[in-house]
Structures are given as C-alpha cells and as structure tokens.
Design a protein around this ligand. Structure first.
Ligand SMILES: [Zn+2]
Length: 96
C-alpha cells in the first residue's frame, strides 16, 4: 500500500511518522511510504521498499538459478503451459 499523506497513514493504522522503517530502522519522517501487511505489519521508506524488493528478486533469481555445483530446485510454469502439456503440447519443464 502506498502512503502519501497523513490521511492514508492514519487509515493504515500508523499513528505517527516517528515509527521506524522495517528495513533501515530509521524514523519514517516523510512521505511516500510503502506498507506491507502480507507477512506481518511492515512500513518502509519508498527507497527502502525498492531496495528490499530488489534484494528479494536477486535472492529469488539465485534460488531459481543456483550457481554450480547446486542444481535447480524448481521451475516456474504458467497454468497455460501445464494445460498444453496435458493436451500433448510442449512441456515448459523438459521441452517434450
Ligand atoms: Zn528505510
């Protein structure tokens, strides 16, 4: 959730800008802010949210494409590719 003013902040349940950023631990101080409540209640400076998102993307990239000698654990496919496979189409995992 993007928070750009006091009204948004109060509706999000953040009482003041003295609350600390979940990423850098510095006071929130000013807008814009990003709130994520999917896995707990976290509020970030917008730049910290971007940095965290990039960190997560880099970690996920490593997870899906691990360096040698590790092997790939998972392959992402779309529901459509699975349906194509059931109908004799091309399998997204092994290309058959
Ligand atoms: Zn921060």
């Amino acid at each position: 959730m993007l928070i750009v003013n006091d009204e948004h902040r109060l509706r999000a349940g953040i009482k003041s800008l003295s609350k600390r950023c979940s990423y850098c631990s510095k006071p929130l101080k000013e807008y814009p802010l990003i709130m994520n409540d999917d896995a707990g209640f976290h509020v970030f400076h917008a730049a910290c949210a971007a940095a965290l998102a990039i960190d997560i993307q880099v970690d996920l990239c490593t997870f899906f494409n691990p360096p040698a000698p590790y092997h790939q654990f998972f392959v992402l496919t779309t529901g459509e590719s699975e349906r194509n496979d059931e109908q004799g189409g091309i399998c997204a995992i092994n290309g058959s």
